[in-house]
Design a protein around this ligand. Sequence first.
Ligand SMILES: [Zn+2]
Length: 266
Amino acid sequence: MHFDRLINNSAAIVGCLAWIPLAVWIMACVHWSIGGDIDVITGVLGIFMAVGLGYEAINPPVPQMAPLTVIAVLVTVFMFPFVRNAMDKRELRGIDIEALEKAYQSLGLRPDNIIAQFKIAKILFDLGVCGHALRIAESLAPQMPQRFFTEELRTLKKWQLLQIDARFFSAISCSECHAPNDPGNIFCRSCGAPFLLEFAKGRVVGNRLGKKLITTWISLVAMLIGIPLARLLPTALSIVAVLTMMVCAIGLVFLAFRDTTGGVAN
Ligand SMILES: [Zn+2]
């Protein structure tokens, strides 16, 4: 009797506490939908998921579901920092691309601008195009007197000490003329296009880890909440409901992943 009450009380406390992270989750879903990080459908589903989880955490409609709901809330809470991290990284990469575009513009005005050239190398390195970044920086080194370029030369030395994998030094095809460009070129050696800028943009578009995580998780939880609830319906209806949910969930996950391969192929 006493034990029962203890369990009921702790379930009620967990139920109430669950609303705090769920509120954060709902705000994030709104933010990501508006910012275009996830589809509006996924965002709306994510909000419904959070409201459903929060409601079921307080009044579980099927008693056996209570522990599952608590687990789903906990996983959502623990996963949230990783998802947000992936999203923030994407945002940072967007800022890097802007900086890269600006550096290319200043280079267009003054082609011998060493500072802009080194900046391009540095941003490319941050974006993971490190082999090409290293070769560009190395080709600039003879024109960089130690006195004026202390910081740049220190950065270059740091990069040289890293054992960069050989695959980062493979040629990159120009997006305009498809000529392969070995590391060290800032502009395409054949047509002069800023091929590394286009390559970096393609990489950022392709990186949608956060979107994949969110969509997969929302689909899983929607089923976790939905399938036990569907059992409350008459048999024929419940089968239709479960099938509809499964098709929607699989469809959303499929779309999120297909989006990624499209980005990489560019
Ligand atoms: Zn070209």
